[in-house]
Design a protein around this ligand. Structure first.
Ligand code: MEV
Length: 297
């Protein structure tokens, strides 16, 4: 008799045993790449992100919005990340099912893997009582599957939300926002692997040591951006965006499409625009203030 595969459980149906967690998508406002080298960065965890529902199960991991349907133990990168995360939180991943509702595109510079890891970590923590610091450590360990040597900024923003200063030594420090920042996000069609971009910058710094100065300058630009934010000077912050984009171009992480998006945003009236995240594709952000609709067009 042919083997009959069991009907997959409908992971969407919540039960009294469902636990839920959420991870924010992140926008790096200033300091990407430099943050890997210990420089400070300015980032935001935005309202959109990834929600995860966890039930007792058999290790199914599904995210319909990303056409993702994998299983603990199948060797897929997401499965490995979930296994590592659950191991750190002391629960067997193969005894749980994970249903992910993603509000953001994957691999677009918006921290989808960190948002996913934090959402899963929070949902598991709701079952085990793990503390936020444990969730952060477990999510950052999961991120190493995708990004080899993550600085931790993506998972910190995904967990904390709001605007914050991050560096590797002191972690995330929330920053007050004195006035709303009207930021537009443009997602390019190019998908990219963060670890390749980080490796590319490391190679450049080895071959051309003066590139390290660009890294330090990116850190200084991030600090200047934080001062501008603190004093409510949006135009100065926008200037720091423009400077940062030039420096990131110098590090070789921009692309023609990202440059065109940045130029289009500025032409449409944005005060400043830059790539956000690892580059090589992914997304740009523009500080549009009252020109948001024109910039989005
Ligand atoms: C990726 O979102 C940000 C990078 O700075 C890498 C990292 O911080 O791990 C490019």
């Amino acid at each position: 008799m042919p083997a009959v595969s069991p009907t997959p459980p409908d992971l969407r149906v919540p039960s009294s045993d469902t636990s839920t967690g959420f991870g924010h998508a992140k926008l790096i406002l200033l300091g990407e790449h430099a943050v890997v080298y210990g420089q400070p960065a300015l980032a935001a965890g935005i309202a959109a992100g990834v929600r995860c529902h966890v039930n007792p199960g058999q290790g199914n991991i599904r995210a319909p919005a990303w056409q993702m349907d994998v299983q603990v133990g199948d060797g897929a990168m997401v499965s490995q990340a979930v296994e590592r995360l659950c191991e750190r939180l002391g629960v067997p991943a193969k005894e749980l099912d994970f249903w992910l509702e993603a509000e953001i595109p994957a691999r677009a510079g918006l921290g989808s893997s960190a948002a996913m890891a934090v959402a899963i970590g929070q949902a598991v923590a709701a079952r085990t009582g793990a503390l936020p610091a444990d969730v952060l450590a477990a999510a950052t360990a999961a991120e190493t599957v995708f990004h080899a040597t993550p600085s931790g900024i993506d998972t910190a923003a995904a967990l904390r939300g709001g605007v914050g200063r991050f560096d590797r030594a002191t972690g995330w420090q929330p920053l007050p926002l004195h006035q709303p920042l009207d930021l537009c996000v443009g997602v390019s069609k190019q998908v990219r692997q963060t670890s390749d971009l980080v490796t590319g910058v490391a190679r450049l710094c080895e071959r051309v040591p003066v590139a390290r100065r660009l890294i330090e300058t990116l850190g200084q630009v991030a600090c200047a951006g934080m001062e501008a934010l603190a004093s409510g000077d949006v135009e100065a912050l926008a200037q720091e965006f423009n400077l940062a984009h030039g420096l990131l171009c110098g590090l070789g992480v921009s692309t023609r499409e990202l440059d065109e998006l940045v130029r289009a945003a500025r032409t449409a009236g944005a005060l400043g625009a830059k790539l956000t995240g690892a580059g090589g594709g992914g997304a740009v952000i523009a500080l549009a203030q009252d020109r948001g609709e024109d910039v989005l067009k």
